[in-house]
Ligand binder design. Structure first.
Ligand SMILES: *[C@@H]1O[C@H](CO)[C@@H](O)[C@H](O)[C@H]1NC(C)=O
Ligand SMILES: *[C@@H]1O[C@H](CO)[C@@H](O)[C@H](O)[C@H]1NC(C)=O
Ligand SMILES: *[C@@H]1O[C@H](CO)[C@@H](O)[C@H](O)[C@H]1NC(C)=O
Length: 394
């Protein structure tokens, strides 16, 4: 109405038409992504996207099993589950465009973190805080170190392992993957459980004087209101606040909590076995048997029992607000964007959730309701910290 009145009084008919069209056009442009984001976001927090598993079950892994049936008595159930995970990973990689080679770290195959044991035909990407200690031990045993030596040695196990298994070049790694005899595997863990485990191991119980110990002091200095208050280490909320801010500031992530999607680029390789820490006993039994290493490696998983893990999760995540938990889920998107170099780095826990079929179930519920509802809303609609970047919807 108002527009029309003005139009009548003024004689700049065309000018107003153009402005009105612009307003409608831009409103539409702004609203569409917001709607899409809401639809996608609200759906994602609680439920995994259902990707149909029309991949035939009788595939490579199972055929391999039938071949070795007499030697390897592994339950069909475990094999089917592993096959489903592998299919899920491949489909999700494709869905998210993570299987395409590109300019950024997410789309560049990273061979650096893999260990290749040519003699035993094993390929493993060493994800920290996901049974990495016991498998580093296993690889050192396979490399020929004796258990006694490993117990006594003061050299870090990773350094010992790297003496025998050098950092593979991409070419070398690809060749190992192509070898039919190779058994490639990855052990993953719930991203927020892994983050908590890294916090406890590296920050809370940091070795006095170490890099992480100093980092802890730095976090307290910047994130604690009363500096001399207990405890001596950063609390989980302090650590998380620091982590979110440091990522926002474009700092790269510590290898102990960097997302698997960037550390191992699992979409760039055809990894056969995706073991989960929740089912590690069964999964690694299969790995050991399939590789014929029963006589060399004794399966072990010295993590604390499941019950205590659940308790740790609720006792730590109940200290965070729900919006903080959502920020952890989203935070690593659209950061470090440098348009001048056309180099986009977006390490993202959310990808780890999607690729390995994890959800926020059990985390959001224990978080504290936000005092300010707009904080939660902001976290839900959080697309990026850079208003100029293009919204990314999948
Ligand atoms: C396979 O192992 C299960 C127990 O793990 C046992 O009950 C079953 O008899 C075994 N089957 C064969 C064919 O060895
Ligand atoms: C994903 O997780 C859900 C719930 O834990 C489970 O029911 C489903 O089978 C899983 N899908 C795959 C492909 O592993
Ligand atoms: C990679 O970078 C070049 C310029 O360096 C750019 O033209 C190209 O579009 C980029 N490719 C992708 C997939 O981002």
């Amino acid at each position: 109405m108002r527009l029309r009145k003005i139009r009548r009084t003024n004689h700049t008919n065309n000018g107003w038409k153009v402005i009105r069209r612009c307003v409608i056009f831009f409103t539409a442009i702004c609203l569409v992504p917001v709607f899409l984001v809401f639809m996608v976001a609200t759906d994602h927090y609680y439920a995994r996207p259902r990707i149909p598993l029309n991949h035939p079950i009788g595939s490579e892994l199972i055929q391999l099993d039938q071949h070795h049936r007499s030697r390897n008595n592994v339950s069909m159930f475990v094999l089917k589950r592993l096959e489903q995970r592998r299919t899920h990973l491949r489909k999700t990689c494709h869905l998210l465009g993570l299987d395409k080679i590109g300019n950024d770290t997410l789309h560049t195959p990273n061979s650096w973190e893999y260990l290749v044991d040519e003699k035993h035909h094993l390929i493993w990407c060493n994800v920290f805080k996901a049974a990495s200690t016991s498998w580093m031990y296993n690889f050192n045993i396979l490399a020929g170190y004796s258990p006694t030596f490993l117990r006594r040695s003061r050299t870090p196990p990773l350094t010992l392992a790297r003496k025998k298994y050098g950092r593979p070049s991409l070419e070398f790694l690809r060749k190992a993957f192509r070898n039919k005899k190779s058994l490639s595997f990855l052990i993953v863990r719930h991203p927020l459980e892994r983050l908590l485990s890294a916090y406890r191991d590296k920050i809370k119980y940091a070795v006095s004087g170490s890099y992480h110990f100093k980092l802890g002091k730095e976090i307290i200095k910047n994130y604690r209101k009363i500096r001399n208050a207990a405890p001596k280490y950063p609390t989980y909320p302090e650590f998380v606040a620091w982590l979110i801010d440091s990522v926002k500031a474009g700092k790269s992530l510590d290898m102990h909590w960097t997302p698997v999607v960037e550390f191992c680029t699992p979409c760039m390789f055809d990894i056969k076995v995706i073991a989960h820490t929740e089912t590690l006993e069964e999964d690694q039994e299969l790995i050991i048997k399939r590789a014929g290493l029963e006589n060399i490696i004794k399966p072990q998983w010295q993590n604390a029992g499941k019950g205590s893990t659940t308790k740790q999760i609720s006792s730590h995540y109940s200290l965070l607000t729900r919006s903080q938990i959502l920020q952890l889920y989203h935070i690593f998107r659209f950061l470090n964007i440098d348009f001048h170099l056309l180099k986009i780095t977006a390490p993202d826990y959310r990808f780890d959730f999607e690729l390995f079929n994890y959800s926020l179930n059990g985390y959001l519920e224990v978080g504290q309701p936000d005092q300010d509802p707009s904080a939660l809303l902001a976290a839900i609609t959080m697309q990026d910290n850079q208003p100029d970047s293009v919204p990314h919807i999948y």
